[in-house]
Design a protein around this ligand. Structure first.
Ligand SMILES: [Zn+2]
Length: 337
């Protein structure tokens, strides 16, 4: 079923009272971890629209629904559940935010604070307080702003993307997929090649996209939790064992020194199954993380949670779909929708 059909189906269920009915049933003892990225209006960005998970208004609706239906857990409570020290009475939800965009501080934090719930913000430490751009934002920027009708990548098998036929969003998503499959430790060669293919340079560093250390400290003072999203946001499974350990240990040390709090949690960059390996888990354990979160879907049933592969759900912004999906997951213990 396509995304729009699912949204329409969810809207129907809401209209017919199905979602309300589901919400009255007892829930399973699961940990449902939601993963957001950017908060704001996807239409307005010159960069990657696909990393926008919700507007602030949609996030507000999401939290309102979660508070009515489930227990919104703190990171410490979630770790107790993972380590089997506390059985949740029913479904518990954990709100997580990856990448440390400035809008996490400016738009998500006020919503969470107003509701008295905690969000967990996973920061790639090399990005904090800098004006650097992520590789996915650079790819999206170049594709959105090129004047060429066709982008021909300068790497075998030299694929071509017809922008008139595909549209910028589809072309960006295909080129990003190639990057994820091809890239090594540095994004530089790929971005340089794409600049040539698009006939324009990457944007200068005049816009600060990521939050800084003062803002990260304000999140902590405001009751939010901080975790590591690695140091460089490299795809960890592509690094050597030593590089992985160095990256994860560096990130934890910097966060703890800068923020003065212990850091127990890690979220793997990108987070799909092939982006972390058994060596990554070993590095996470050696660097003394207690838990690590993946990002390829799924729920976490009490008693059967892998502490170094805690499953997270991608958030679709449409509120009706969000409610139906959460209600079904809480009652059935499965991610059916
Ligand atoms: Zn990320």
């Amino acid at each position: 079923m396509s995304i729009s059909k699912r949204d329409a189906f969810a809207a129907c269920c809401r209209y017919l009272g199905v979602t309300r009915l589901l919400s009255a049933l007892p829930t399973k003892p699961i940990l449902l971890v939601l993963n957001y990225h950017r908060i704001g209006n996807r239409e307005e960005t010159p960069f990657d629209s696909e990393v926008f998970s919700a507007t602030a208004e949609e996030l507000d609706e999401h939290v309102r629904f979660l508070k009515r239906r489930l227990h919104v857990a703190t990171l410490d409570e979630a770790i107790e559940i993972v380590e089997k020290r506390k059985r949740p009475r029913g479904a518990a939800a954990l709100l997580t935010f990856d990448d440390g965009y400035l809008d996490n501080y400016e738009a998500a934090f006020p919503v969470l604070a107003a509701h008295g719930v905690q969000g967990v913000f996973f920061l790639p430490t090399a990005f904090v307080g800098t004006d650097r751009l992520s590789w996915w934002d650079m790819i999206a920027y170049l594709v959105k702003h090129t004047r060429r009708r066709t982008i021909r990548l300068g790497i075998p098998p030299f694929p071509e993307f017809d922008l008139a036929a595909l549209g910028a969003a589809q072309a960006t998503s295909r080129i990003t997929a190639i990057y994820k499959a091809e890239a090594r430790e540095s994004s530089e060669p790929f971005i340089g090649m794409l600049e040539e293919a698009c006939g324009l340079p990457r944007p200068g560093g005049s816009v600060r996209c990521f939050l800084n250390w003062e803002e990260a400290a304000a999140l902590v003072r405001g009751g939010m939790a901080i975790g590591s999203h690695s140091h460089n946001h490299s795809i960890l499974s592509r690094l050597s064992d030593e590089e992985q350990l160095a990256d994860l240990a560096t990130s934890k040390r910097i966060l703890e020194e800068r923020l003065g709090v212990p850091v127990h949690a890690l979220s793997y960059p990108v987070g799909s199954r092939n982006c972390f390996s058994s060596a990554t888990r070993e590095a996470a354990i050696q660097a003394q993380y207690r838990v690590a979160f993946s990002f390829y879907g799924g729920l976490n049933r009490f008693g059967a949670i892998d502490p170094y592969d805690i499953r997270r759900l991608h958030v679709f912004p449409a509120v009706a779909r969000f409610r139906l999906r959460v209600a079904l997951a809480a009652v059935g213990g499965n991610d059916w929708f």
